[in-house]
Design a protein around this ligand. Structure first.
Ligand code: UDP
Ligand code: MG
Length: 320
Protein backbone atom coordinates (compact mmCIF):
# COMPACT_ATOMS: atom_id res chain seq x y z
CA UNK A 1 0.00 0.00 0.00
CA UNK A 2 1.17 3.51 -0.74
CA UNK A 3 1.90 5.45 2.40
CA UNK A 4 1.75 9.22 2.73
CA UNK A 5 3.77 11.22 5.20
CA UNK A 6 0.78 12.65 7.00
CA UNK A 7 -2.93 11.97 7.51
CA UNK A 8 -5.22 14.43 9.23
CA UNK A 9 -8.36 12.73 10.48
CA UNK A 10 -11.45 14.79 11.30
CA UNK A 11 -14.83 13.38 12.42
CA UNK A 12 -17.70 15.75 11.58
CA UNK A 13 -21.27 15.94 12.75
CA UNK A 14 -23.32 18.92 11.54
CA UNK A 15 -20.25 21.00 10.79
CA UNK A 16 -21.31 22.42 7.39
CA UNK A 17 -20.65 25.98 8.51
CA UNK A 18 -17.10 25.24 9.60
CA UNK A 19 -15.95 22.81 6.90
CA UNK A 20 -14.69 25.32 4.30
CA UNK A 21 -12.59 27.21 6.84
CA UNK A 22 -11.44 23.93 8.38
CA UNK A 23 -10.25 22.69 5.00
CA UNK A 24 -8.52 25.97 4.26
CA UNK A 25 -6.62 26.07 7.56
CA UNK A 26 -5.75 22.37 7.66
CA UNK A 27 -4.65 22.36 4.04
CA UNK A 28 -2.45 25.45 4.46
CA UNK A 29 -0.78 23.99 7.54
CA UNK A 30 -0.24 20.56 5.98
CA UNK A 31 1.27 22.10 2.82
CA UNK A 32 3.60 24.24 4.90
CA UNK A 33 4.75 21.25 6.94
CA UNK A 34 4.98 18.30 4.51
CA UNK A 35 4.07 19.73 1.11
CA UNK A 36 1.80 17.60 -1.08
CA UNK A 37 2.51 14.36 0.71
CA UNK A 38 -0.59 14.33 2.92
CA UNK A 39 -4.29 13.55 3.01
CA UNK A 40 -7.21 15.09 4.86
CA UNK A 41 -9.68 12.42 5.91
CA UNK A 42 -13.12 13.85 6.67
CA UNK A 43 -15.75 11.56 8.17
CA UNK A 44 -19.38 12.51 7.90
CA UNK A 45 -21.02 10.96 10.95
CA UNK A 46 -24.60 11.03 9.67
CA UNK A 47 -24.93 14.82 9.75
CA UNK A 48 -28.39 16.26 9.29
CA UNK A 49 -27.11 19.42 7.64
CA UNK A 50 -25.20 19.99 4.40
CA UNK A 51 -21.90 18.55 5.64
CA UNK A 52 -21.75 15.62 3.21
CA UNK A 53 -22.47 17.78 0.16
CA UNK A 54 -19.75 20.21 1.16
CA UNK A 55 -17.31 17.36 1.80
CA UNK A 56 -17.99 16.02 -1.68
CA UNK A 57 -17.28 19.45 -3.14
CA UNK A 58 -14.04 19.69 -1.16
CA UNK A 59 -13.00 16.22 -2.35
CA UNK A 60 -13.76 17.15 -5.96
CA UNK A 61 -11.70 20.33 -5.72
CA UNK A 62 -8.75 19.00 -3.71
CA UNK A 63 -7.26 15.55 -4.54
CA UNK A 64 -5.84 15.39 -1.03
CA UNK A 65 -9.28 15.23 0.58
CA UNK A 66 -10.83 11.83 1.27
CA UNK A 67 -14.45 12.11 2.40
CA UNK A 68 -16.14 9.18 4.07
CA UNK A 69 -19.89 9.04 4.54
CA UNK A 70 -21.02 6.72 7.34
CA UNK A 71 -24.37 4.98 6.98
CA UNK A 72 -25.80 6.91 9.96
CA UNK A 73 -24.70 8.72 13.10
CA UNK A 74 -22.38 6.30 14.89
CA UNK A 75 -21.01 8.72 17.48
CA UNK A 76 -17.76 10.65 17.70
CA UNK A 77 -15.53 7.79 18.86
CA UNK A 78 -16.69 5.38 16.15
CA UNK A 79 -16.56 8.01 13.41
CA UNK A 80 -13.00 8.71 14.44
CA UNK A 81 -12.26 4.98 14.39
CA UNK A 82 -13.55 4.79 10.81
CA UNK A 83 -11.20 7.61 9.77
CA UNK A 84 -8.23 6.05 11.54
CA UNK A 85 -8.99 2.71 9.86
CA UNK A 86 -9.05 4.29 6.41
CA UNK A 87 -6.12 6.68 6.62
CA UNK A 88 -2.69 5.75 5.33
CA UNK A 89 -0.23 8.29 6.74
CA UNK A 90 3.05 7.55 8.51
CA UNK A 91 2.02 10.22 10.99
CA UNK A 92 -1.58 10.78 11.98
CA UNK A 93 -3.10 13.94 13.41
CA UNK A 94 -6.53 13.68 15.06
CA UNK A 95 -8.51 16.91 15.00
CA UNK A 96 -11.99 18.13 15.95
CA UNK A 97 -13.93 19.69 13.10
CA UNK A 98 -15.07 22.73 15.08
CA UNK A 99 -11.57 24.30 15.10
CA UNK A 100 -11.37 24.12 18.89
CA UNK A 101 -8.05 22.39 18.35
CA UNK A 102 -5.90 24.74 16.24
CA UNK A 103 -4.47 22.77 13.25
CA UNK A 104 -1.58 25.25 13.13
CA UNK A 105 -0.01 23.47 16.12
CA UNK A 106 0.88 20.56 13.84
CA UNK A 107 4.40 21.86 13.15
CA UNK A 108 5.24 22.23 16.83
CA UNK A 109 3.76 18.84 17.64
CA UNK A 110 5.93 17.22 14.98
CA UNK A 111 8.99 18.94 16.43
CA UNK A 112 8.15 17.58 19.87
CA UNK A 113 7.64 14.13 18.37
CA UNK A 114 11.02 14.21 16.66
CA UNK A 115 12.89 15.72 19.61
CA UNK A 116 11.43 13.37 22.21
CA UNK A 117 11.41 10.34 19.88
CA UNK A 118 7.78 9.89 20.89
CA UNK A 119 5.09 7.76 19.30
CA UNK A 120 2.23 9.84 20.63
CA UNK A 121 2.14 13.59 21.27
CA UNK A 122 -1.14 14.30 23.06
CA UNK A 123 -2.47 17.80 23.50
CA UNK A 124 -3.30 18.82 27.07
CA UNK A 125 -5.84 21.60 27.57
CA UNK A 126 -4.36 24.43 29.57
CA UNK A 127 -7.32 26.75 29.06
CA UNK A 128 -10.75 26.13 27.61
CA UNK A 129 -12.36 29.13 25.98
CA UNK A 130 -16.09 29.55 25.62
CA UNK A 131 -17.14 26.47 27.52
CA UNK A 132 -19.56 26.65 30.42
CA UNK A 133 -18.36 26.46 34.01
CA UNK A 134 -20.48 23.33 34.36
CA UNK A 135 -18.76 21.58 31.45
CA UNK A 136 -15.31 22.52 32.72
CA UNK A 137 -16.09 21.42 36.29
CA UNK A 138 -17.66 18.09 35.28
CA UNK A 139 -14.87 17.36 32.81
CA UNK A 140 -12.23 18.14 35.40
CA UNK A 141 -13.91 16.00 38.08
CA UNK A 142 -14.39 13.17 35.59
CA UNK A 143 -10.72 12.98 34.59
CA UNK A 144 -9.69 12.92 38.26
CA UNK A 145 -12.14 10.18 39.26
CA UNK A 146 -11.14 8.18 36.20
CA UNK A 147 -7.49 8.48 37.17
CA UNK A 148 -8.27 7.01 40.60
CA UNK A 149 -10.28 4.00 39.46
CA UNK A 150 -8.33 2.87 36.40
CA UNK A 151 -5.11 0.91 36.19
CA UNK A 152 -4.12 2.51 32.88
CA UNK A 153 -2.67 5.98 33.50
CA UNK A 154 -4.94 8.08 31.27
CA UNK A 155 -3.59 11.65 30.95
CA UNK A 156 -5.67 14.36 32.64
CA UNK A 157 -7.51 17.07 30.64
CA UNK A 158 -6.68 15.45 27.32
CA UNK A 159 -9.09 15.05 24.43
CA UNK A 160 -8.50 13.18 21.21
CA UNK A 161 -6.36 15.94 19.66
CA UNK A 162 -3.02 14.18 19.17
CA UNK A 163 -0.28 13.24 16.75
CA UNK A 164 0.58 9.54 16.42
CA UNK A 165 3.07 7.41 14.54
CA UNK A 166 1.93 4.59 12.30
CA UNK A 167 3.13 1.88 14.68
CA UNK A 168 1.19 3.38 17.60
CA UNK A 169 -1.89 3.70 15.38
CA UNK A 170 -1.61 0.10 14.14
CA UNK A 171 -1.34 -1.07 17.75
CA UNK A 172 -4.42 0.97 18.59
CA UNK A 173 -6.34 -0.44 15.61
CA UNK A 174 -5.73 -3.96 16.89
CA UNK A 175 -7.98 -3.30 19.90
CA UNK A 176 -11.39 -4.65 18.90
CA UNK A 177 -13.79 -3.30 21.54
CA UNK A 178 -17.16 -1.80 20.65
CA UNK A 179 -17.34 0.65 23.56
CA UNK A 180 -14.50 2.90 22.56
CA UNK A 181 -12.86 5.48 24.77
CA UNK A 182 -10.11 6.36 22.33
CA UNK A 183 -7.89 8.54 24.52
CA UNK A 184 -7.78 5.71 27.07
CA UNK A 185 -7.13 3.04 24.45
CA UNK A 186 -4.24 5.03 23.02
CA UNK A 187 -2.81 5.42 26.53
CA UNK A 188 -3.14 1.66 27.04
CA UNK A 189 -1.13 0.94 23.88
CA UNK A 190 2.01 2.38 25.49
CA UNK A 191 5.17 3.33 23.54
CA UNK A 192 6.57 6.74 24.37
CA UNK A 193 3.82 9.32 24.87
CA UNK A 194 4.49 12.95 25.69
CA UNK A 195 2.15 15.82 26.60
CA UNK A 196 1.81 19.02 24.58
CA UNK A 197 0.11 21.88 26.47
CA UNK A 198 -2.17 24.20 24.49
CA UNK A 199 -5.06 26.61 24.93
CA UNK A 200 -8.36 25.26 23.66
CA UNK A 201 -10.22 27.75 21.47
CA UNK A 202 -13.91 28.41 21.23
CA UNK A 203 -16.14 26.50 18.84
CA UNK A 204 -16.03 28.20 15.41
CA UNK A 205 -19.78 27.80 14.76
CA UNK A 206 -22.74 25.78 15.91
CA UNK A 207 -23.25 24.07 19.23
CA UNK A 208 -21.51 21.31 21.10
CA UNK A 209 -22.64 17.83 20.07
CA UNK A 210 -21.76 16.50 23.48
CA UNK A 211 -24.72 17.18 25.74
CA UNK A 212 -24.69 15.83 29.31
CA UNK A 213 -26.21 12.48 28.28
CA UNK A 214 -23.43 11.76 25.74
CA UNK A 215 -20.79 12.90 28.22
CA UNK A 216 -22.18 10.53 30.86
CA UNK A 217 -22.15 7.69 28.35
CA UNK A 218 -18.54 8.38 27.45
CA UNK A 219 -17.72 8.51 31.17
CA UNK A 220 -19.38 5.11 31.73
CA UNK A 221 -17.52 3.66 28.74
CA UNK A 222 -14.29 5.01 30.19
CA UNK A 223 -14.82 3.59 33.66
CA UNK A 224 -16.18 0.21 32.62
CA UNK A 225 -13.66 -0.11 29.80
CA UNK A 226 -10.63 0.51 31.96
CA UNK A 227 -11.53 -0.65 35.43
CA UNK A 228 -13.39 -3.32 37.34
CA UNK A 229 -13.27 -1.26 40.54
CA UNK A 230 -17.08 -0.79 40.63
CA UNK A 231 -17.47 -4.58 40.70
CA UNK A 232 -15.18 -4.79 43.70
CA UNK A 233 -17.30 -2.21 45.51
CA UNK A 234 -19.61 -4.99 46.75
CA UNK A 235 -16.81 -6.77 48.60
CA UNK A 236 -15.51 -3.53 50.13
CA UNK A 237 -19.03 -2.55 51.18
CA UNK A 238 -19.63 -5.97 52.72
CA UNK A 239 -16.64 -5.53 55.06
CA UNK A 240 -17.88 -2.13 56.21
CA UNK A 241 -21.43 -3.43 56.66
CA UNK A 242 -20.22 -6.46 58.64
CA UNK A 243 -18.47 -4.05 61.04
CA UNK A 244 -21.61 -1.96 61.34
CA UNK A 245 -23.80 -5.01 61.98
CA UNK A 246 -21.49 -6.16 64.78
CA UNK A 247 -21.91 -2.81 66.53
CA UNK A 248 -25.65 -3.07 66.05
CA UNK A 249 -25.60 -6.55 67.57
CA UNK A 250 -23.98 -5.20 70.75
CA UNK A 251 -26.49 -2.40 70.88
CA UNK A 252 -29.44 -4.79 70.54
CA UNK A 253 -28.05 -7.17 73.18
CA UNK A 254 -27.60 -4.25 75.52
CA UNK A 255 -31.19 -3.18 74.99
CA UNK A 256 -32.40 -6.77 75.56
CA UNK A 257 -30.72 -7.11 78.96
CA UNK A 258 -32.05 -3.75 80.02
CA UNK A 259 -35.49 -5.17 79.36
CA UNK A 260 -36.61 -3.12 76.37
CA UNK A 261 -36.27 -5.45 73.37
CA UNK A 262 -39.22 -4.25 71.30
CA UNK A 263 -38.39 -0.81 70.03
CA UNK A 264 -36.71 0.81 67.14
CA UNK A 265 -38.90 1.37 64.09
CA UNK A 266 -36.45 4.09 63.12
CA UNK A 267 -33.37 1.90 63.20
CA UNK A 268 -35.13 -0.92 61.31
CA UNK A 269 -36.23 1.42 58.55
CA UNK A 270 -32.76 2.90 58.38
CA UNK A 271 -31.13 -0.50 58.00
CA UNK A 272 -33.66 -1.64 55.40
CA UNK A 273 -33.37 1.48 53.23
CA UNK A 274 -29.59 1.77 53.41
CA UNK A 275 -29.08 -1.89 52.65
CA UNK A 276 -31.50 -1.95 49.75
CA UNK A 277 -29.86 1.14 48.27
CA UNK A 278 -26.46 -0.51 48.47
CA UNK A 279 -27.81 -3.72 46.96
CA UNK A 280 -29.52 -1.90 44.12
CA UNK A 281 -26.32 0.01 43.39
CA UNK A 282 -24.31 -3.20 43.26
CA UNK A 283 -26.92 -4.89 41.06
CA UNK A 284 -26.90 -1.87 38.75
CA UNK A 285 -23.13 -2.06 38.43
CA UNK A 286 -23.25 -5.77 37.62
CA UNK A 287 -25.96 -4.99 35.06
CA UNK A 288 -23.80 -2.27 33.54
CA UNK A 289 -20.91 -4.69 32.96
CA UNK A 290 -23.22 -7.50 31.86
CA UNK A 291 -24.84 -5.22 29.27
CA UNK A 292 -21.45 -4.30 27.90
CA UNK A 293 -20.42 -7.94 27.79
CA UNK A 294 -23.58 -8.68 25.82
CA UNK A 295 -22.93 -5.89 23.32
CA UNK A 296 -19.31 -6.97 22.86
CA UNK A 297 -20.35 -10.59 22.39
CA UNK A 298 -22.51 -9.70 19.38
CA UNK A 299 -19.35 -8.68 17.50
CA UNK A 300 -21.14 -6.24 15.24
CA UNK A 301 -19.07 -4.05 12.94
CA UNK A 302 -17.99 -0.80 14.62
CA UNK A 303 -19.37 1.37 11.83
CA UNK A 304 -20.71 1.09 8.30
CA UNK A 305 -19.51 3.15 5.35
CA UNK A 306 -22.08 4.28 2.80
CA UNK A 307 -19.96 6.29 0.33
CA UNK A 308 -16.39 7.44 -0.18
CA UNK A 309 -15.43 10.50 -2.23
CA UNK A 310 -11.80 10.95 -3.19
CA UNK A 311 -8.91 8.50 -3.48
CA UNK A 312 -9.06 5.43 -1.22
CA UNK A 313 -5.48 4.49 -0.51
CA UNK A 314 -5.84 2.39 2.62
CA UNK A 315 -7.41 -1.06 2.55
CA UNK A 316 -11.03 -0.31 1.77
CA UNK A 317 -12.47 -1.23 5.10
CA UNK A 318 -16.20 -0.83 5.03
CA UNK A 319 -16.45 -1.79 8.66
CA UNK A 320 -17.27 -5.43 7.93
N1 UDP B 1 -18.85 14.49 16.43
C1 UDP B 1 -19.12 13.37 15.65
N2 UDP B 1 -20.24 12.62 15.92
C2 UDP B 1 -21.10 12.91 16.95
C3 UDP B 1 -20.79 14.05 17.75
C4 UDP B 1 -19.67 14.80 17.47
O1 UDP B 1 -18.38 13.05 14.72
O2 UDP B 1 -22.09 12.20 17.14
C5 UDP B 1 -17.65 15.31 16.13
C6 UDP B 1 -17.90 16.81 16.01
O3 UDP B 1 -18.23 17.16 14.69
C7 UDP B 1 -16.56 17.38 16.42
C8 UDP B 1 -16.06 16.39 17.46
O4 UDP B 1 -16.80 15.19 17.24
O5 UDP B 1 -15.63 17.40 15.35
C9 UDP B 1 -16.23 16.88 18.88
O6 UDP B 1 -17.58 17.22 19.10
P1 UDP B 1 -18.01 18.57 19.85
O7 UDP B 1 -17.19 19.70 19.38
O8 UDP B 1 -19.47 18.70 19.72
O9 UDP B 1 -17.63 18.20 21.36
P2 UDP B 1 -16.95 19.15 22.45
O10 UDP B 1 -15.76 19.79 21.81
O11 UDP B 1 -18.01 20.14 22.82
O12 UDP B 1 -16.61 18.22 23.56
MG1 MG C 1 -15.85 20.90 20.16
Amino acid sequence: MHRLQLSIVVPCYNEAETLPLLHQRVSATAHAVVGDDHEIVLINDGSRDDSWRIMQQLAAADPRVVAINLSRNHGHQLALTAGLDLCCGEQILILDADLQDPPELLGEMREVMAREEADVVYAVRRKREGETLFKKATASAFYRVLDRVTDTPIPLDTGDFRLMTRRALDAFLSLPEQARFIRGMVAWVGFRQVPFPYDRAERHAGETNYPLSKMLRLAFDAVTGFSTAPLRFASHASVALAGASLLLLFYIAWGYFRGSPVQGWTSTMLVVTVLSAVQMFVLGMIGEYLGRLYIESKRRPLYLVADIAGPVRARASLGY
